[in-house]
Design a protein around this ligand. Sequence first.
Ligand code: PLP
Length: 368
Amino acid sequence: MIPFLDLKGINAQYRNELIEACTKVIDSGWYIQGNECKAFEKEFASFCGTRYAIGVANGLDALSLILRAYKELDIIKDGDEVIVPSNTYIASILAISENNLVPVLVEPNIDTYLIDPERIEEKITSKTKAIMSVHLYGQTCEMDKINKIAKKYNLKVIEDSAQSHGAYFKDKKCGNLGDASGFSFYPGKNLGALGDGGIVTTNNEELADTIKALGNYGSHTKYENIYQGTNSRLDEMQAAMLRVKLRFLDSEIKVRRETADYYIENIKNENITLPTLRTNNNHVWHLFTIRTNKRTELQKYLLDNGIQTLIHYPLPPHKQEAYRKWNNESFVISETIHDEILSLPISGIQKIEDTKEITRLINKWREK
Ligand SMILES: *Cc1c(COP(=O)(O)O)cnc(C)c1O
């Protein structure tokens, strides 16, 4: 069996370093907001090329706290609109609606699966305050076009980088392509904790300070609360383990790129559409997604032959019960993607023999 993602195997590579990191935390007697989190924030900011990084509890909180900080800073207010791709993972949208803001869905480009910059302007109203650009599956959005629109209409650009740690747009890395960015360290992400974790990156000092306080009960100084904040912090144990894993992220991305390159060069089947990438370094291949209108058959065929695949995602946000008010609306491109998409195994430890075997089986597949 070739699993979709062997998390145990991924972390086993760093077993000794992870144990050492945890032991250090255990023995320090300091478990929240200590030196490990501080050091990781510094290292991650430097990895992204930003001035600030603020550790938080998870990726959803990272996105949500950015919006919440803009509200505290009187830049965004209740009822304002935030543009977001219609095919994103639900968390991007939840971050908007949980702040009493209105998500405005924009269709993606069918080839890249990323928000289509050509469709943004028609959705802008006097209430639009921000664009959330989701670097879905690990590929950065067309940030030059998005930033240009944002500048024209005076909008904030918030990157959802939960799937794209280390991906570039031109000469800059994600996290440093807009006004602020949220990252997730959910275990299955390209940089995954052994539990929950997230971080916000930005170059804006005031925003960074506000987010830091909001995630710590609204306080900069213990027992002095300037905002009605929340508790969203990256704990020392996760930060210590993330420091270990960050050192190996680039080499894991390299393996992902080699795997994707092999799939792209060698998968040849007229029933299958391969993913489109702009340049090699703007994609870190969190997911390798192909499309076919015979998805059920292909998924079953691969499983029968020992290959596990997953669907990211089976149901578009506007068809979810949580967003009933959108259920009758139609986003044709999103719907097509959700009906046809299938994620093949890919990871920082995938063996070339496995990639070859998956490719061989797909090339042999003929729809009856
Ligand atoms: C995983 C993910 C999130 C949320 O991250 P969590 O750490 O699970 O809260 C947000 N957006 C996207 C695109 C994601 O893939």
